[in-house]
Ligand binder design. Sequence first.
Ligand SMILES: C[S@@+](CC[C@H](N)C(=O)[O-])C[C@H]1O[C@@H](n2cnc3c(N)ncnc32)[C@H](O)[C@@H]1O
Length: 265
Amino acid sequence: MELTTACGEGGDELLQSQTLLWSQIFSYIDSMALKCAVELGIPDAIHSHGPHITLAELMSSLSLSPTKTPHMRRLMRILTNSRIFTCSGEKVYSLTPLSGLLVERNNNNNKKKKTSCLNGFVLAVLHPVFMNSFQSTSNWLRGNEDTPFSVAHGCGFWDMTHRDPEFNRVFNEGMASDAQFLMDVLLKDCGHMFQGLESLMDVGGGTGSAAIAVSKAFPEVKCSVLDLQQVVDPIHNEGEIDFIFGDMFEYIPPANAILLKVIIY
Ligand SMILES: C[S@@+](CC[C@H](N)C(=O)[O-])C[C@H]1O[C@@H](n2cnc3c(N)ncnc32)[C@H](O)[C@@H]1O
């Protein structure tokens, strides 16, 4: 009542605009809550308890102190609002199709098939090194640097994966989880693309998820991966895939077909 008087006739409109603005300002909380859920392993805890779990059961299965119960309730409310979980009236939580993509363990109904899990992708894209570059967008637009990333960190993205082994690992695992997920779909819907090939070069193919998926589906195709040294070096390759390090802008080893899967944001 007081606010409406203070704002005059357009008070409702002003408050609506403020609410929308706040919703934009705080939208990062949804991403951070998602990251927290993955780090704590909440989707796995619900899945193994399944199909429903109470807040007290969840706290206990994650070994969290009961003193944190009110905070967990708020976290679960945020995650329920963003449809990561559902919540029945009695504070009983269940997975949704979204959080089904964040369950790490094998699908109980089909022990041989590991379900695709996008946890790695969540942790890579929400990594502070990645996210900090967005803080520099306005400075980047004002200045002459190539990318917001180089404004924030003083080096290019691939220089960072080279110089920071931990970020390199998290990023590569993230890319691998995304590639595994997409290759399942791609091979099911468009697998015919690979028929008749003798060799395939996955350029910038990371730790080889896509190449491994093609090789499993089409053992007759000789699959290789070209990537940077910091990606290829840690791989202890005992499989069918050849890992080659090099710069794709300098040389791409010959093959029947080239696969180039990148993420553009
Ligand atoms: C966005 S990731 C995509 C990885 C993989 N293709 C996928 O979709 O999951 C891009 C990949 O390209 C590699 N890369 C970047 N610059 C490269 C270059 N000049 N030559 C070869 N690989 C490069 C990176 O190391 C990284 O593994």
